[in-house]
Design a protein around this ligand. Structure first.
Ligand SMILES: Cc1ncc(COP(=O)(O)O)c(C=O)c1O
Length: 362
């Protein structure tokens, strides 16, 4: 089956084979080595040239676990967080903060609308209690790229901390973490890095990590300070998904061999083939090209054709597409183009789409 959903993705045989390593105990040196390797490779991939300035913290859990750990750990006592949201995953950040009653009103925008930096700056002045500002990089709801650099730099200039959910961005969408003054970024194994689901990670600027160690701990499991302390000593607080970690190390090797820039270019190539092919079949993208990323496209459902018709027809042909969420669930569909895919997979998908469409309209 070819997965054109935004993760979990098709992995290479090499990554799959890496699951089959010998059984190890997570309190032994083999596991310490594995964790150390993963942390170092994450820094090499995502903060090249600034590996000494950042630390990578890994945990067992999906992307949401990494995001929640990042957000809840980055808030000093007596301060509040502000969330900028224009999609489902921004709303999830907001939900995490609301659960602890540590927020101020969200800077909420419609899906596909670019947040207004002047309004965000004004809200920060109105709310001096805000210390942490959080946002999503690639908002998977529509495949929208948020203006991360501008907002992160503004937040940093006000001596506040910017926390980024780049679960669906890292490895597929451009992000200059150090150059944009981003101190905290959350990611996950199963999307653009092409590993199996089950490992979340957070990249944190070391100077800020020293501060985080003094902040209140708001969760037993999702607490960056605990992980950092243990991982610096070559251990981990809770039982890791060892086999998933082995495969993730292999996926990181693959990424480093391909090069992050080439990985992005490969995805961009697939996206562009899909967008042109869809346009030729009269299928319109939801977003204008200037705010689209490299990794996913939201399309309007063709007139008279339902999502289940498209999905089920394509599944029979061996391709999985993805539904819209919330208010757009019955209006759009999404096609991601991440994972160990080939040009032939993309061409095959377009041919299958055409025949599915013809059958649905017959
Ligand atoms: C932007 C973004 N953040 C967070 C998540 C949550 O990741 P997970 O499903 O791994 O918890 C996703 C998943 O699609 C996502 O796209």
């Amino acid at each position: 089956m070819i997965l054109l959903n935004p993760g979990p993705v098709n992995v290479s045989d090499r990554v799959r084979q890496a699951l089959l390593q010998p059984d190890i105990c997570h309190r032994e040196s083999e596991c310490a080595e594995l964790i150390g390797d993963i942390r170092q490779k994450l820094l090499k991939a995502f903060v090249p040239g600034e590996e000494d300035e950042y630390t990578a913290i890994i945990l067992t859990g999906s992307g949401t676990a990494a995001v929640e750990a990042a957000l809840l750990s980055s808030l000093p006592l007596g301060k509040r967080a502000m969330v900028i949201t224009n999609g489902v995953y921004g709303d999830r950040l907001s939900g995490m903060i609301k659960m602890h009653r540590l927020g101020v009103p969200d800077m909420k925008y419609d899906w596909g609308v670019t947040p207004n930096i002047d309004m965000i700056e004004k809200a920060m002045i109105q709310h001096p209690e805000v210390y942490t500002v959080a946002m999503v990089h690639h908002e998977t709801t529509l495949g929208f790229i948020n203006p991360v650099k501008e907002i992160a730099e503004m937040v940093d200039s006000k001596n506040r901390v910017f926390v980024l959910d780049s679960v669906s961005g890292l490895g597929g969408e451009a992000l200059d973490i150090g150059g944009s003054k981003i101190y905290v970024v959350a990611g996950a194994s199963q999307k653009c890095i092409q590993g199996f689901p089950g490992l979340g990670f957070v990249l944190v600027r070391k100077g800020f990590m020293e501060q985080v160690m003094k902040y209140p701990k708001r969760s037993m499991y999702l607490n960056l300070a605990n992980y950092y302390e243990d991982q610096e000593r070559g251990t981990i607080p809770f039982t890791p998904a060892v086999q998933v970690y082995y495969a993730f190390r292999e996926a990181l090797d693959e990424l480093l061999e391909e090069g992050v820039a080439n990985r992005m270019k490969r995805f961009q190539g697939y996206a562009s083939t899909i967008r042109v092919g869809m346009k030729n079949m009269g299928i319109q993208a939801v977003l204008p090209p200037e705010v689209q990323g490299n990794t996913l496209t939201a399309f309007n459902l063709p007139d008279g054709v339902s999502y289940p018709q498209l999905h089920d027809g394509l599944k029979q042909e061996g391709y999985i597409i993805y539904a819209g969420q919330g208010k757009l669930a019955d209006k759009i569909f999404r096609v991601a183009n991440i994972g160990a895919l080939t040009n032939a997979n993309i061409e095959g998908f377009l041919a299958a789409f055409q025949s599915t469409l013809e059958k649905a309209r017959a």
